[in-house]
Write a new protein. Structure first.
Length: 222
């Protein structure tokens, strides 16, 4: 299988390319380079994290809005929620794989959000605190999903940039021991995702596109 650092770099900057299709190529490249840490991180991002403690900080404690289900009006902002309750219950971890998160983002219009029910224990505590029996959920904006996905994409972009700076460009069916040794120090996913977190607004990483009307109707974005 051929792997091109240049092509992967270009794909991270192409708004028409979904992260879903970029990640397998990045995993293949990492394996060819014997970048075991990078390959493991990419797989965890693609498939999701089984253990919350293993998830990077850009996936944890993400802010949303607490909403309640009204029989008359559907989902509305939850009444009588204090700032302390917003801090305690209005944040959530996203440990699902990038494929499922990207699907939510693609199928949401800008300005929309995604609603996630509070877990049973938290819901029971908050229901008691605000004296409300209605179902409670957190509404996460599309921007929260997009920011997470762009952070992952940005980390892959920064990794490819570093590989090219070390001289690994062009098509390869394999990499020699000397070439792998040349970039061994770049097998450090935390370095790249932390840098992506810090520099995201200045990176040439596109926002996650929204599916068009026909894609949403016929499921082509899934």
């Amino acid at each position: 299988m051929s792997a091109s650092v240049n092509h992967l770099d270009e794909r991270t900057r192409d708004s028409g390319e979904l992260l879903e299709s970029i990640m397998p190529s990045a995993i293949t490249l990492a394996m060819m380079l014997r970048h075991k840490k990078m390959a493991a991180w990419l797989r965890s991002e693609f498939d999701g994290y089984q253990d919350r403690d293993a998830a990077p900080p850009y996936r944890l404690d993400l802010p949303g809005h607490i909403v309640a289900k009204s029989p008359q009006y559907g989902w509305i902002p939850a009444p009588v929620v204090t700032e302390q309750q917003k801090l305690e219950f209005g944040h959530i971890d996203l440990v699902e794989g990038t494929k499922s998160l990207e699907k939510i983002c693609v199928n949401s219009k800008k300005g929309d959000g995604n609603r996630l029910l509070l877990d049973e224990e938290d819901m029971a505590v908050l229901q008691k605190q605000i004296n409300l029996s209605a179902e409670l959920a957190i509404n996460l904006s599309r921007d929260v999903y997009s920011h997470l996905l762009r952070t992952v994409r940005g980390a892959v972009y920064l990794w490819t940039q570093a590989l090219m700076e070390k001289g690994l460009a062009g098509e390869h069916n394999h990499y020699s021991p000397d070439e792998r040794a040349q970039v061994a120090e770049l097998d450090n996913p935390e370095h790249f995702w932390r840098k992506a977190m810090d520099e995201l607004d200045s990176l040439p990483i596109p926002d996650v596109r929204s599916a068009g009307f026909f894609e949403r109707m016929f499921g082509r974005a899934s």
